[in-house]
Design a protein around this ligand. Structure first.
Ligand code: NAP
Length: 266
């Protein structure tokens, strides 16, 4: 089995990685080989850090490998294992057919006024905001029909597994990752006599598409951890992605338990 690791940039994560490599190398069976690049086509990518580290790993290695996370901070949504469980984790790796949870992504096409289309995707979400502090203005179309004109700080299109991240902070719904959907949520919309939006999050099924026609000359686009200022964006279309991210679930940690542990339990 070819294993790649992606680490949060801190001493503890580096130490956990060192211990993992040492323990796997010490095995007599030579079953595991560590690789460092996407071209080496790892079977398994181990993220050591937080959910943010897992997002980085997924963008680095793409849809082919399976992912598993060791969290060196608080229990996350993508990472299942604690550093003190390394021996148990190594035994679990021997399971020939672990349960694979497949998480939907958000597929985005960014159309610019020079006629180009940029294909992007996100595991958590796409976020758009105006590039300056003034209002983002975007016409929202759903399946080709005009829905509303949004004025406010920004819009988020999140996946189910991203629904517990930025989307939750703006009161979006939490969506179970087995539901293939995307969610459009508002960040501080203006609602008064002149401007009106639905002011609720919309959950769209797999075969629906949302299009955001952008009125600002420059906007900030966030895709998971990556963010950049884009000029002359005409529109952005989003739908449920055709590719899913595969997570090896060697132990049972139900999604709603993670939600409770993260947001309710002390
Ligand atoms: P960050 O600003 O350093 O951390 C954002 C926080 O979001 C971290 O605590 C991270 O967990 C957590 N997180 C990431 N994905 C999550 C998920 N699917 N469910 C629940 N929590 C999640 O940024 P980052 O580490 O690079 O992560 C990028 C993400 O930050 C973006 O995708 C966006 O969702 C989120 N974000 C949230 C807000 C907000 O809530 N107001 C604002 C901007 C961005 P770990 O500590 O385990 O890494």
């Amino acid at each position: 089995m070819k294993i790649a690791t992606v680490l949060r940039n801190d001493d503890f994560s580096r130490e956990v990685c060192r211990m993992l490599r040492e323990k796997l190398h010490a095995r007599p069976d030579n079953l595991y080989r560590f690789v460092d690049s996407r071209n080496d086509r790892p079977d398994l990518v181990v993220s050591i850090g937080g959910d943010g580290t897992l997002l980085e790993a997924v963008h680095q290695y793409g849809f082919e490998p399976t992912y598993v996370g060791i969290h060196t901070g608080h229990l996350g949504f993508y990472a299942d294992w604690r550093p003190e469980e390394l021996d148990e984790f190594i035994s679990a790796l021997e399971q020939p057919h672990p349960f694979i949870a497949e998480y939907p992504t958000v597929q985005c096409r960014i159309h610019t006024s020079d006629g180009q289309t940029h294909h992007k995707w996100a595991l958590n979400e796409l976020v758009i905001r105006n590039a300056s502090l003034s209002t983002l203005v975007a016409c929202v179309y759903i399946n080709g029909e005009e829905f509303e004109t949004f004025r406010g700080d920004g819009l988020i299109v999140s996946s189910p597994s991203g629904s517990t991240a930025y989307n939750k902070a703006v009161n979006g719904a939490i969506v179970h990752p087995s539901i293939e959907a995307i969610q459009l949520s508002e960040i501080a919309s203006i609602n008064n006599q002149a401007y009106r939006t639905i002011n609720s999050s919309l959950v769209l099924p797999k075969h629906h598409e949302v299009e955001l026609i952008v009125m600002n000359p420059e906007i900030m686009i966030g895709l998971d951890r990556e963010q950049a200022v884009w000029s002359r964006v005409r529109s952005i279309t989003c739908r449920v992605g055709g590719d899913k991210v595969k997570f090896a679930r060697y132990k049972r940690l139900p999604f709603w338990g993670r939600v409770r542990n993260s947001f309710i339990k002390d």
